[in-house]
Write a protein that binds this ligand. Structure first.
Ligand code: NAP
Length: 281
């Protein structure tokens, strides 16, 4: 049985679908109940990962865990060590961690210190581990939805800096394979999309997907920070803006790992925009 944390998020939701589609027994964890139906047979557990012990009853009978640290857990809430110890003592034998590419590319960054800690605790724990290090998610551009709907306009910083954004559906597929196939134990995968795309090009792709011409307005870093602080802790927002504005060579590069694991190329941003066009209409 597989426990999926972050089960209502951009990765967790398609992951639960993928695992149940493959015939796995799944338990879904997040603090709030999902606003939509889960696949038949999947039970939801409202648990805050900041309190590791509250995860214990959910883990009863589980051998595998998808660990998705998120929100305040990326800064100061909870404890990576307590979570991993709880999982091990509950009988979990295999953990797939959703980390970030920046845990490796930004070794000094406060924004990713917690994810480095999760990686190190897992590696030191002896539990069979696969680490997923995605770059920026295509779903971050849901942030454009309100102004695309109201004014047919995309507001974003660093308009011409392109990054190989990854479709969360691809992360979920890689996670699904790694959770079910122990031959991925010990591996770390860097997950990116197939090509770089700048915010200005993202606006064009969304416009194409919804059949409308969108305006693009470049924000200053300070303006963008103001909006991001509504959704994420400050160190994470600052770290994200560093990546968006001044990516390293590794962050600009397209990784072969999605194709290596799935045997197919990752989805493009345009494909993501098309599949999610209903949200922007
Ligand atoms: N977005 C990116 O560009 C990016 C890039 C690299 C890595 N990542 C990593 O991927 C993770 C997931 O990103 P995402 O965009 O998929 O986030 P998301 O869609 O907001 O999903 C977060 C999930 O975690 C749950 N959650 C949050 N805090 C929790 C807590 N304390 N206890 C239990 N569940 C909690 C949320 O549900 P509730 O709020 O109801 O609990 C939700 O199900 C990030 O946290 C980050 O570490 C993201």
């Amino acid at each position: 049985m597989i426990v999926v944390t972050g089960a209502t998020g951009n990765v967790g939701r398609p992951l639960v679908q993928s695992l149940t589609g493959a015939g796995e027994e799944v338990r879904a964890v997040s603090r709030r109940s999902p606003e939509y139906g889960l696949p038949e047979g999947v039970r939801h557990f409202p648990v805050d990962l900041a309190d590791a012990e509250s995860l214990r009853p959910v883990l009863e009978g589980a051998d595998t865990l998808f660990l998705c640290p998120s929100g305040e857990l990326l800064v100061s809430a909870g404890s990576p060590e307590a979570l991993v110890k709880t999982a091990q003592s509950a009988g979990v034998e295999r953990i797939v961690l959703l980390s970030s590419q920046a845990s490796q590319t930004r070794p000094q960054a406060m924004s990713h210190a917690r994810l480095r800690e999760f990686e190190n605790v897992l590696i030191g724990s002896g539990v069979s581990t696969t680490i997923l290090r995605p770059g920026g998610f295509a779903s971050n551009t849901y942030a454009y939805v309100p102004t695309v709907k109201s004014d047919r306009t995309v507001f974003a910083p660093f308009g011409d800096v392109g990054l190989p954004l990854i479709d969360p559906a691809d992360i979920a597929e890689v996670a699904s394979v790694a959770l079910r196939d122990s031959s991925h134990a010990g591996n770390t995968y860097v997950l990116t999309g197939p090509a770089r795309i700048s915010p200005r090009e993202q606006a064009a792709a969304i416009g194409e997907a919804i059949g409308a011409e969108l305006k693009f307005v470049e924000l200053t870093r300070e303006q963008a920070l103001g909006t991001m602080l509504e959704f994420m802790p400050e160190p994470v927002a600052e770290g994200t803006l560093d990546i968006l504005g001044t990516p390293t060579d590794e962050e600009l590069a397209v990784s072969p790992d999605v194709e290596k694991v799935l045997g197919r190329a990752p989805f493009s941003y345009a494909e993501w925009a098309k599949r999610n066009s209903f949200v922007f209409q």
